[in-house]
Write a protein that binds this ligand. Structure first.
Ligand SMILES: NC(=O)c1ccc[n+]([C@@H]2O[C@H](COP(=O)([O-])OP(=O)(O)OC[C@H]3O[C@@H](n4cnc5c(N)ncnc54)[C@H](OP(=O)(O)O)[C@@H]3O)[C@@H](O)[C@H]2O)c1
Length: 243
């Protein structure tokens, strides 16, 4: 299968690409981003599966980018502004990146040429967050506007897929804090612990969420929304079978 990883230079995408490289069902990985993604270290002969594709306009894909995405079977969408970056841009920019890019992404990818022999829908997974809400009335007191925005993106992506007459199948992943060894400094870890206590965020390891997303992209979806506990459970099961 041909897999698109959008936001290919990011934290989750880097681990997802690492795992996808050694997955026997994945024959091609398109690392889609606004800048070049390096060929993963230790990729060995699997490096041939990997192609970095730079997109300079996520609201209007160029013909050459469309051609490189054509024939893909699935996309894991990781592009977003994370809470720690919110203060660095305007609210309009945040809405564009977190919501509009993803909606334009699913629209564009679902319109591309695919192998007509396959009756399977194009699979699109949008990574959101555990605290995002689809009902604005449930706006949380911490990061309220951001959580409502991410929830709106979730609803619009699911609605687009539902109205696609089986052309696209979309799913939402809602992780809490994504952890990795050595990812952050002590201060950030302290802030995270406080944040988790205040907001009650659950945790998932980056290996677990990546294994889950890859499994769902390859084998199809179990539920339309994967909560943190699902991401942990499926990921641990998949990783155990690989030991
Ligand atoms: N990390 C966590 O603990 C956590 C927890 C819950 C949910 N999530 C969600 O999981 C997803 C992935 O998170 P992550 O931690 O992997 O994020 P990340 O490391 O910040 O990666 C984000 C990706 O989005 C790209 N991006 C950002 N702004 C862009 C723009 N204006 N145009 C094009 N690309 C842009 C980045 O490209 P550059 O490298 O060029 O900046 C990068 O490839 C996000 O939806 C996030 O909200 C993360």
């Amino acid at each position: 299968m041909k897999l698109i990883v959008a936001g290919s230079t990011g934290f989750v995408a880097t681990e997802l690409i690492r795992q996808a490289l050694s997955h026997p069902a994945v024959t091609s990985i398109i690392a889609l981003g606004r800048r070049e993604a390096p060929t993963p270290a230790n990729a060995g002969p699997n490096a041939a599966k990997f192609q970095s594709v730079i997109c300079d306009n996520f609201e209007n894909y160029s013909e050459s980018v469309r051609q490189k995405l054509a024939g893909a079977d699935a996309c894991v969408w990781t592009i977003a502004v994370t809470p720690s970056q919110l203060k660095t841009m305007t609210w309009e920019q945040i809405c564009t990146i977190c919501r509009d890019y993803a909606i334009r992404g699913i629209e564009t990818m679902s319109e591309l040429d695919r192998d007509r022999k396959t009756s399977k829908p194009f699979r699109f997974i949008y990574i959101s967050g555990a605290n995002s809400v689809r009902d604005p009335a449930k706006r949380p007191w911490v990061l309220g506007d951001y959580c409502v925005l991410r929830g709106e993106a979730e609803s619009r992506i699911l609605a687009y897929a539902q109205q696609s007459n089986g052309k696209v199948d979309a799913r939402i992943a809602k992780p809490g804090l994504i952890e990795a060894e050595g990812k952050t400094g002590v201060l950030v870890n302290v802030a995270k612990t406080i944040g988790r206590t205040l907001i009650g965020l659950p945790k998932v390891h980056v290996r677990e969420i990546s294994a889950t997303l890859l499994d769902q992209a390859v084998n199809g979806f179990q539920k339309d929304t994967l909560l943190n506990e699902d991401l942990v459970k499926i990921g641990q099961r998949v990783l155990q079978t690989q030991q």
